[in-house]
Design a protein around this ligand. Structure first.
Ligand code: ATP
Ligand code: MG
Length: 142
């Protein structure tokens, strides 16, 4: 897993407005390979656990409410140095501050409703991938 895999989520704002295909195509064009994918509607407990690191932040309740507002699309992506590459590809948290051509600049609505999640370290990528997928659901090179 280390180095070449990361976890992304197409968030409910983007999924509900029919942007999942465009965002996926955008990432594939940049060399990310889809190694696992599912569509799901997070429960309150799942959103709360996934974002537990932000429990003390003022936006936590609103973020969990947003993430349970509709279906989302978690995916495991593979690319060399995937975590860093995907953070560059998605852009800054606030689309107003995101670089041109990034997913958030192209597809996000606001700092909260910002279209996409990306893991921020190899350890978190591994943990987050296992949050959504069993090991046998993640395609590995053979
Ligand atoms: P993500 O973890 O989703 O990839 P990120 O790493 O860019 O995003 P974090 O600081 O981890 O940003 O915040 C997690 C999510 O919480 C953000 O993506 C956004 O949806 C929401 N968020 C962060 N800061 C704010 C804020 N100040 N106001 C509202 N929502 C926020
Ligand atoms: Mg984050």
């Amino acid at each position: 897993m280390a180095g070449d895999y990361t976890l992304t989520i197409i968030k409910p704002d983007a999924f509900n407005s029919g942007k999942a295909g465009k965002i996926t195509a955008h990432l594939e064009q940049q060399g990310f390979k889809i190694r696992a994918a599912r569509v799901m509607h997070l429960t309150d407990a799942e959103a709360g656990e996934f974002y537990a690191v932000h429990r003390e932040r003022p936006f936590y309740a609103s973020l969990c409410n947003f993430m349970t507002s509709g279906p989302c699309m978690p995916m495991v992506l593979e690319k060399t140095d995937a975590v860093a590459a995907l953070r560059v590809a998605i852009g800054a948290t606030d689309p107003a501050e995101a670089d041109a051509g990034t997913v958030r600049k192209l597809f996000a609505e606001s700092k909260e409703r910002n279209a996409i999640h990306a893991s921020d370290s190899d350890d978190n990528a591994a943990r987050e991938a296992r949050f959504f997928f069993s090991e046998s659901e993640i395609i590995r090179a053979r």
